[in-house]
Design a protein around this ligand. Structure first.
Ligand code: HAM
Length: 470
């Protein structure tokens, strides 16, 4: 640190002076580094999120959870580690290849939860006394050993939202409506579309075209987006699909568009066997229900949506940004057989997991990602040590009114306290001083404008809660 206009040597500050200045600014002191641990960083795909950044995450997570709660989804909590066998039943090979699995000290094969759906299925099976429909929401971390790239991390948050024990499209429509409301509240309704399909519909269309190995063929369709037409046809050929049938599959899986109109279009083109008609009728009912929820405009029917997870039994859906730049924002579907695998009860289920990594990219692109900074309602400053008790007492009163309040913990002078108040983005400061107190008053300062006024000590809480509540 140098003072301008003088020679360097004259004005070099001593280490002590620098430390003093730094401490006034409210930053860490440094010391000569003799520590051999200074190269330990977090793992690739795992993130340290400091308070400023995490306040934005918290705000988005709160919006997602509050929306689910407004639809009557109830919060649960589940284990972070499960027996590996839980995922071997139905999650599919791709997911199993990505798990963090290890043997615990008791010799059990265990896995860090890569998704919550199998846990939920197990939980529903275990408790026969649950009131149905069961509607659950939870936000927590998942772990998958993925190739780290934009929108793909190794540790990530998901909010899972599911309804159990309702087989009809009413539950399908409600989870999709909940997802749509989330994007509305996040301010990106026009930038998001939901691509919806029904595996039964696709399967019956494939079968009507003479294709028997539908599971294998649907895996190729799942990859269609990444393949050229020629690669797609070749991949189908490898699975024994004739050129004519491959062409038909290509055409049918290219059908996509606004849900209501596209269901009608499909009805005209699809084979008229019983299963196909049944699946189209169900999709029509879903389209009608989505219209009643006022969210049909965000929904498109897309026959190429399959989804990788092995447990889906019918409806599948994914959300994408309308520009098509980002990976899936979330994904879900109906899984009516999964609960039954864990016991003697069959319970239908539908839901989705909201992913934050890609939603964050989208919100940032659309300038809707909340500002990454902490916020504080009130900073209570004290003019001198003699009024510290009064300052603490006042802070406690304000906290009773649910305000976020900080006081000086570092015995700083008044101007350093104001600096700190600025650093924590305090909206208001209260200055507690002896002279004011002798008149039973404190000074209330608007930290943005710098305007100050004297307020009676007994009225300050009400005064501030009413302004902050406005
Ligand atoms: P999923 O498609 O595997 O489905 O994941 C859902 C969403 O989580 C994805 O669309 C994506 O936004 C996010 N996600 C997945 N993997 C990662 C990753 N490595 N890094 C960041 N975000 C990721 C499921 O997990 C199903 N259990 C969803 C479900 C719930 N189906 C029915 N109920």
């Amino acid at each position: 640190m140098y003072v301008s206009g003088s020679t360097a040597d004259e004005n070099k500050l001593t280490y002590k002076q620098i430390e003093g200045a730094v401490s006034k600014l409210g930053r860490f002191k440094t010391r000569k580094n003799t520590n051999s641990m200074n190269n330990i960083t977090s793992l690739k795909g795992f993130y340290d999120r400091y308070s400023g950044e995490f306040s934005s995450w918290r705000s988005v997570i709160d919006t997602v959870e509050q929306t689910a709660k407004d639809f009557g989804f109830r919060e649960i909590d589940t284990p972070a580690v499960e027996r590996t066998r839980l995922y071997e039943v139905k999650s599919g090979e791709e997911l199993l290849d990505q798990t963090y699995s290890f043997e615990d000290r008791g010799g059990r094969r265990v896995t860090l939860t890569p998704e919550q759906t199998p846990t939920r299925a197990r939980m529903v099976q275990e408790r026969k006394d649950l009131n149905t429909p069961v509607k659950w929401v939870d936000t927590s971390k998942r772990w998958r050993y993925e190739n780290v790239q934009k929108g793909r991390d190794r540790e990530f948050f998901q909010t899972d939202i599911d309804i159990f024990d309702i087989e009809s499209v009413e539950a399908d429509a409600e989870v999709i409506a909940c997802a749509a409301t989330i994007y509305r509240r996040l301010g990106v309704e026009d930038q998001v579309e939901f691509l919806i399909n029904d595996r039964n519909l696709l399967e019956s269309v494939l079968e009507a075209n003479g294709i028997q190995n539908t599971v294998e063929v649907m895996q190729v369709i799942d990859d269609k987006e990444k393949l050229s037409t020629q690669e797609f046809t070749e991949a189908l050929d490898d699975r024994g699909v004739s050129a004519a049938a491959a062409d038909q599959v290509d055409q049918l899986t290219s059908i996509r568009g606004p849900i209501k109109e596209t269901v009608s279009e499909l009805r005209g083109k699809a084979p008229d066997d019983e299963e196909t008609i049944e699946a189209i009728d169900r999709m029509q009912d879903l389209a009608d229900a989505l219209e009643s929820y006022g969210v049909a405009s965000m929904c498109r029917l897309d026959l190429s949506i399959v989804r990788g997870l092995a447990y889906y039994t019918g409806l599948v859906f994914e959300a994408f940004d309308t520009e098509g730049e980002l990976r899936a924002l979330f994904g879900g579907g109906r899984y009516d057989d999964l609960v039954g695998l864990f016991g003697d009860r069959e319970v239908s289920a539908v839901g989705f997991a909201f992913g934050y990594s890609t939603t964050r990219e989208l919100l940032k692109r659309e300038q809707k990602w909340p500002t990454e900074e902490i916020s504080t309602d009130v900073f209570v400053a004290n003019v001198s040590d003699s009024v510290r008790d009064e300052a603490l007492d006042l802070a406690m009163q304000l906290r009773q009114s649910n305000l976020v309040v900080e006081t000086d913990l570092a015995d700083r002078g008044l101007s350093a306290q104001f600096n700190y108040g600025d650093n924590i983005n305090a909206s208001w400061a209260i200055v507690v001083g002896e002279r004011d107190l002798s008149n039973n008053e404190v000074t209330v300062r608007d930290m943005r404008s710098g305007d100050e006024e004297q307020v009676d000590v007994d009225e300050v809480t009400e005064h501030l809660t009413s302004i902050i509540g406005e």
